[in-house]
Write a protein that binds this ligand. Structure first.
Ligand SMILES: NC(=O)c1ccc[n+]([C@@H]2O[C@H](COP(=O)([O-])OP(=O)(O)OC[C@H]3O[C@@H](n4cnc5c(N)ncnc54)[C@H](OP(=O)(O)O)[C@@H]3O)[C@@H](O)[C@H]2O)c1
Length: 227
């Protein structure tokens, strides 16, 4: 029996990245759908739950991707709503590799120093990776702030995190290098989660930071930039 992975992507195209990873993860066939929404996902889910029976269902799975955490979470909810009794398959949510990437980043930070009680700033934390990293840091007991170029997006991301995971994160504006440098002034941990290629903090913000290891040898800011 073939292992089938159905990629439901909220973006314009099914992610090539997720497709490759799906094959490398052992799927025999990865089928991607784009522009999937809670309104059009029903028939796709039906195809996964009403075909194979019993244990054979373990070889059908759904992967929800895309670049928008809120859309991904809404899609996950819609997919799960279609399940009943034994008519269900495995479903994984990982918009932009957010859970896996953020988990790896926060695990790296936790390995370096205890996170409880530390002040953590997630720069450009409104994307999928930043939102998940902020959540994991808060769950580990850090005092977490996320930044955005827009106060509204920062607050919306913080609210979404609290409503899904019950942890408090503060959303503040960090529109340019100067304001982001000020945002991280007394931070112990800085996690840069901006879009690919975006430079969020000038080196001088580290060099002149009283919390950084050169000046105090304690509370070293640790940065993680993804790639
Ligand atoms: N190593 C891996 O396997 C892996 C996997 C996934 C992701 N990543 C990396 O992790 C990082 C975050 O990924 P993501 O998908 O969460 O990112 P994203 O959604 O593409 O972007 C995150 C945030 O960056 C901000 N941003 C965009 N353009 C900006 C600009 N010109 N100046 C300042 N801020 C800007 C936006 O926040 P506002 O609009 O709210 O300011 C956006 O919400 C990326 O660098 C990505 O390449 C690595």
């Amino acid at each position: 029996m073939k292992k089938l992975l159905f990629l439901f992507d909220t973006d314009l195209y099914p992610s090539v990245f997720d497709t490759v990873v799906g094959y490398d993860g052992g799927a025999d066939r990865v089928t991607g759908y784009a522009n999937v929404t809670p309104d059009n996902v029903g028939a796709l889910v039906d195809g996964t739950i009403f075909t194979r029976g019993g244990k054979e269902k373990q070889k059908t799975a759904i992967f929800i991707g895309g670049g928008d955490m809120a859309k991904g979470e809404a899609l996950l909810k819609a997919v799960k709503k279609k399940f009943f009794g034994p008519f269900r398959v495995s479903v994984m949510l990982d918009p932009n590799g957010s859970n896996t990437t953020a988990a790896a980043g926060v695990a790296l930070l936790a390995k370096a120093k205890p996170l409880k009680g530390k002040k953590a700033v997630v720069l450009a934390g409104t994307g999928p990776v930043g939102m998940r990293a902020a959540t994991f840091l808060a769950e580990e007991g850090a005092d977490v702030t996320l930044t955005s170029r827009s106060q509204l997006r920062a607050e919306n991301a913080a609210r979404a995190i609290e409503s899904r995971f019950g942890v408090k994160v503060k959303g503040i504006v960090g529109a340019d290098d100067a304001s982001r440098a000020s945002d991280v002034k007394d931070a112990n941990i800085v996690l840069a989660a901006g879009a690919i290629g975006v430079h969020l903090l000038p080196e001088s913000a580290w060099q002149n930071n009283p919390s950084n290891p050169q000046s105090s040898n304690y509370n070293a800011p640790i940065s993680y930039t993804g790639y």
